[in-house]
Structures are given as C-alpha cells and as structure tokens.
Design a protein around this ligand. Structure first.
Ligand code: GUN
Ligand code: FE
Length: 421
C-alpha cells in the first residue's frame, strides 16, 4: 500500500492464544501498518530492514486491557468506606457521592483524572457507568472520545429505591437518555450504552421505555446481574412475573440490539445463563468488588466451561484497583477459594484469567486485545520483572506484573500504533 505508515516495535512479546495457552516470543518484532498489526516475527523480514525499530530490549509487549465494569463517579471513593455490604454501602456512601455530580465542576475534575488514570493503568477499552446526570456524563464520554479510547458510556437510570437527589421520573429519565443517545450517536470510539443501574432501582415502566430506545437507536445495555443474594431476591420480589433477574431485561425488550454486559453474575440460575447466552451477553467478573462489598464469588471456571463469555472489571469503587492486571491475579486467587470451599468448581489458571482480561473483553470493542495480525495495535510495554539473580521467561514476567505491578512499570503505551502519554 502506498504511503502506509509502518512502525516496528522490538521486545519480548506475550499474548493469549486461547484460554489454555499464552504465546511468548523472545526478542520478537511487531510490525504495525496504519495502526493495525501486520505481522509478529522472531526474525525481522528483510523487506523491513530500512524501517526504524523502537527497541524495548528485555521488556515485554502485551495487549492493552479491557475493563468491562467501572463506575467513574465512584473514583474518589476507591479504597475507602469498605465496612458495609452492598445495600448499606450504596445507601451510606455511594449514593451521597453520586449526588455530587449535579455539579459539573466537580464532575470535570474527577472524570479528567479518571481518564488519565485509566490510560496510566493500560486500560484502553472500557464499559463505564456515569450517574443520572446527563451533563456530567456528557463530559465523560467527550473526554474518552477525545482521548480515542474505546468505550461504552452510560447515563444511569434510576426511578425508585434511591435518595430523592438521584430519583428520576420515568419521563425525565427517558427524555434525558434519548438526548444522550442522539448527541453521541456518531461518536467514533466512545459510544453510548443504556445503563439501568439494577433491578431494585428501576421500575418496569422505566425499563420498558428503555427497551423502546434500545430498539429505536440499536444500542446495547449494561447493568448489574444477580450480583448478590439480596439483589436476586429483590429482583424477584419487585418483578414477580419473572423467573430470574436476567429475564427482567429480556421482558422489557432491552436485549438483542447491541452489547449486553452483565456486571458480576455471581448467583446465576440456569435461566439467567440461558438468557445471557441467547443474546450473546458477557458476564463481568470483578474480584475486588466481590471481596469488598458483595461477598460472593462468581463460578468463573464453571460458567466459562458452559460457554458463557466472561470479561474482567475493576468495579471502582466497590473494587479499589483501577488496573485490570491486578484483577487477573485476583481471579486466580478467588477461584481457588471457590474450588476449595464449594464442590464442583475448578481453579482458574493465570493463562485463562489473562485471556479473559485481554482477548475476550477486547472482542466487545472490535479487533483489540491480542498481538496477532489484523488486531489494532493497542499495546503496552511492561517492565521485565526478573530478579538480578533469576531470569524470568516473558510469560512469568507478565504473571508477576499482574500480581505486584504498578502503573509506573508500564513503560510505553500504544493506541492504534501511536505512542500516548
Ligand atoms: N449495584 C447497584 N449499584 C451498584 C454499584 O454502584 N456498585 C456495585 N458494585 N454494585 C451495584
Ligand atoms: Fe458495579
């Protein structure tokens, strides 16, 4: 192709081929053409010998991460107020914080720093909850679009069981949501998504109205699904004509028009699983949140073996770590607790957790999340974590990074082949 922009990175390369196998290439080359990976080599083909190579030496090139469940407005609360579980945590800490997003100055400060920190942590693809406030959420989606990050961003809907400052009328909620959808319909990377918070805070009338918008604008939906026993019971109490939480969204006509992202999915019935699969939905495992405020562990390996798509989420601020690499390590840890204390569950390997955090999660946004031909070059370079007395393989180096890494160990970031930050 004439005038194509070719860029070459050299370093150790690690990506997930499948849930069972990570691929590593020692001192390999990633050839990027117009932002897309053209080839991955252990020896550079002679046709490229005149192209300048950016050499990362012993450091490791990996795909950027995908966070499929995060509440941007809760960023100021991360690592704080962890002494309650879900319902009390929302009432006492989270809802009062979210009320502050009526103030656009406050929202701007938080959201700008949240977006910077997402990039610092190597998350380039993200599904985000805003608040009920359209102006604040507009700032968030505009900021993400400007940065070129892949995102689904939702103005939250709530019309019951929340403080007056966050309670919308059905009419206002639908009008504001439609305004948000229309305004950002032509965005390139940061797109709107419907975001009814969860069954306890949404009436059937509101959900059915959102179902009509889903069809009219062909947009997807994100919500919390069977995240706690309390939530699952409340869903059935408030919606007596459904068999399970997920059916509420099916009956409201919300499914089948775009991505369907179910946060947590910790206590799914067979019917929840059946509906999620029917609409090609993805369940999101949020390990820190599970420990901090939810107190249940997703049956990750069991669901994956049943063909349920699963991504990872930070779930700030129920979770306290924005870096998805930390959640890779915690997925492995929690799977062992689950398999030790409950029959019929298996541990998750590092390879499997990494695969879900990169390739499975990335698939929601397009061809991102791997280092194979045809994938967009959304890449991170992480420091080699070998000890001076012990050399680690590239895969081990990444495994250690996921356990003990910090954002400052990400030494370079490439978004569609361009170096950022
Ligand atoms: N369920 C409803 N709202 C929330 C929230 O903000 N965080 C979490 N973790 N669960 C929820
Ligand atoms: Fe959440």
């Amino acid at each position: 192709m004439a005038n194509a922009k070719v860029k070459i990175l050299r370093g150790n390369i690690v990506y997930a081929k499948s849930d069972k196998e990570l691929q590593e290439i020692n001192a390999g080359y990633v050839v990027i053409r117009d932002g897309v990976i053209d080839g991955v080599y252990s020896q550079l083909p002679t046709q490229y010998q005149d192209v300048v190579v950016e050499d990362f030496q012993n450091d490791v090139i990996i795909p950027a991460f995908s966070d499929l469940h995060v509440h941007a407005p809760q960023y100021p609360q991360r690592g704080l107020a962890m002494d309650k579980i879900l319902a009390e945590w929302l009432d006492q800490y989270t809802f009062p914080l979210e009320e502050k997003y009526a103030n656009l100055d406050f929202a701007t400060q938080v959201y700008d720093s949240f977006c910077d920190d997402l990039i610092a942590n190597g998350t380039f693809h993200v599904a985000i909850y805003g608040t009920i406030h359209t102006e604040a959420t507009s700032h968030l989606i505009e900021r993400l679009e400007k940065k070129g990050l892949y995102a689904y961003v939702g103005k939250v809907n709530m019309d019951q069981n929340c403080p007056d400052g966050l309670k919308e009328t059905v009419e206002d909620s639908l009008l504001e949501t439609e305004r948000f959808l229309q305004k950002y319909a032509s965005n390139v990377t940061a797109k709107p998504i419907l975001t009814p918070r969860f069954a306890p805070t949404c009436t059937q009338k509101l959900l059915c109205g959102l179902g009509k918008l889903a069809q009219k604008y062909q947009v997807g939906v994100q919500t919390h699904l069977v995240e706690s026993l309390w939530e699952a019971q409340e869903a059935k109490r408030l919606f007596p004509d459904v068999e399970c939480d997920t059916e509420i969204y099916e009956k409201a006509g919300l499914l089948g028009y775009g991505p369907f992202i179910g946060g947590h999915f910790i206590f799914p019935s067979n019917k929840d699983v059946e509906i999620l699969k029917k609409y090609n939905g993805i369940a999101v495992h949020c390990p820190d949140a599970t420990v901090n405020v939810i107190a249940g562990i997703m049956p990750f390996a069991t669901l994956a073996s049943q063909g349920v798509k699963i991504g990872l989420g930070s779930d700030i601020a129920a979770g306290h770590n924005l870096g998805i690499y930390t959640q890779v390590a915690k997925t492995v840890q929690l799977s062992k607790i689950k398999s030790f204390y409950e029959e019929g569950h298996s541990p998750v390997s590092f390879a499997q957790a990494f695969y879900h955090a990169t390739k499975v999660g990335g698939a929601l946004f397009g061809k991102v999340g791997s280092i194979e031909q045809g994938y967009e070059a959304n890449l991170l370079v992480v420091k080699n974590t070998s000890d001076h007395y012990q050399k680690l393989s590239p895969i081990q180096s990444v495994e250690r990074f996921c356990h003990v890494g910090q954002p400052n160990q990400i030494v370079a970031r490439f978004l569609r082949g361009e170096k950022i930050q």
